[in-house]
Write a protein that binds this ligand. Structure first.
Ligand SMILES: NC(=O)c1ccc[n+]([C@@H]2O[C@H](COP(=O)([O-])OP(=O)(O)OC[C@H]3O[C@@H](n4cnc5c(N)ncnc54)[C@H](OP(=O)(O)O)[C@@H]3O)[C@@H](O)[C@H]2O)c1
Length: 291
């Protein structure tokens, strides 16, 4: 299959590229990063049109986004241009050229006031600029194309030093104090598990037309507080957890008030496609042993 992958130089995009490149003909779309691929600013409609006109694919996997939540809060115009308009551009021309659209979205489209895992049909009510821009992207996708899958996920970690867990571990190694929220519940997700599930999903939908288009949560299973996650990460890599201090979210996130409860339920994906990811702590242990 011919797959066009945006955000191929990012955390998730790089993992998806590693996973799919041996099986499919993948065209990597990059922005400013040094990774090899075709360069495109997705916020620029002319660039997107020419990209999709000249590189027809069966599926586009759209990972590119401005993902720094605090940066988005201070730069709402950039967040809107890339995450909403960029997604609109890609969805619109994908529909025109008959390309199936896969959009990666976020748990931050919810307000975090629920106390049980969010399902796909729960009402979105984003309260951060990042969350609003990701939800805006979802709305554009469902408006402009019928052949779409939206995969919502939670805190991602994987290869590279830019992710939250890698930063925590780095601080512990430097014997610095780490403050982690004990009042934010998340479903952390290993990028390699996400990519493997996406790979499986793509194989299944190409042979089973009964798997419906629409929104699916795609995360590891279970949930944990950020503080609990930091403690487990330290334990799995044999570091002392003494300098990991519990703190309240509103004390840590001074720029952007984040949603407190972000756990996602994976039941729909399991029911529809028989895809069930392993538990978050098992995935984390696996990740830690590979560091
Ligand atoms: N990371 C998480 O915890 C998390 C959680 C839930 C959902 N998600 C979603 O998962 C997806 C992947 O996230 P990630 O963590 O892999 O993000 P990431 O590492 O920040 O990568 C994002 C990529 O998007 C590219 N990009 C940014 N602006 C662009 C533009 N105008 N045109 C083209 N490309 C552009 C970036 O390229 P440059 O760096 O060169 O600008 C980068 O390669 C995103 O849609 C994100 O919203 C992430």
């Amino acid at each position: 299959m011919k797959i066009i992958l945006t955000g191929a130089g990012g955390l998730l995009g790089a993992s998806i590229l590693r996973r799919l490149a041996n099986k499919h003909e993948v065209t990597s779309i990059i922005h400013k990063s040094e990774t090899s691929g075709l360069s495109c600013d997705i916020a620029d409609e002319t660039q997107v049109q020419s990209l999709l006109k000249n590189n027809k694919g069966d599926i586009i996997v759209h990972c590119a986004a401005v993902t720094d939540v605090d940066f988005c809060e201070s730069n709402p115009r950039i967040a809107h241009n890339v995450n909403c308009i960029g997604t609109r551009n890609l969805a619109c021309y994908s529909a025109m050229y008959g390309i199936t659209f896969i959009y990666i979205s976020s748990d931050y489209i919810f307000d975090g006031r629920k106390q049980s895992p969010y399902r796909e049909d729960d009402d979105a009510n984003p309260e951060t600029v990042y969350g609003i821009s990701k939800y805006g992207g979802e709305l554009y996708v469902s408006y402009f194309t019928k052949k779409y899958y939206i995969f919502r996920t939670g805190l991602l970690y994987g290869t590279g030093s830019g992710n939250w867990i890698a930063k925590i571990i780095n601080k512990l190694k430097l014997k610095e104090d780490v403050y982690a929220a004990d009042d934010q519940v998340i479903t952390p997700t290993y990028a390699e598990d996400f990519s493997a599930a996406l790979d499986e999903f793509i194989a299944k939908v190409s042979s089973d037309p009964k798997i419906a288009y629409g929104i699916y949560n795609l995360t590891n299973r279970g949930s944990v507080t950020r503080h609990g996650l930091a403690l487990k990460a330290a334990e799995y890599c044999g570091l002392s957890a003494k300098s990991i201090k519990p703190a309240k979210l509103d004390k840590i996130s001074s720029v952007t008030p984040r949603p407190k409860y972000c756990a996602l339920s994976g039941e729909k994906l399991d029911r529809a496609a028989g895809i069930k990811l392993r538990a978050w702590d098992e995935a984390l242990q696996d990740y830690m042993t590979k560091q």
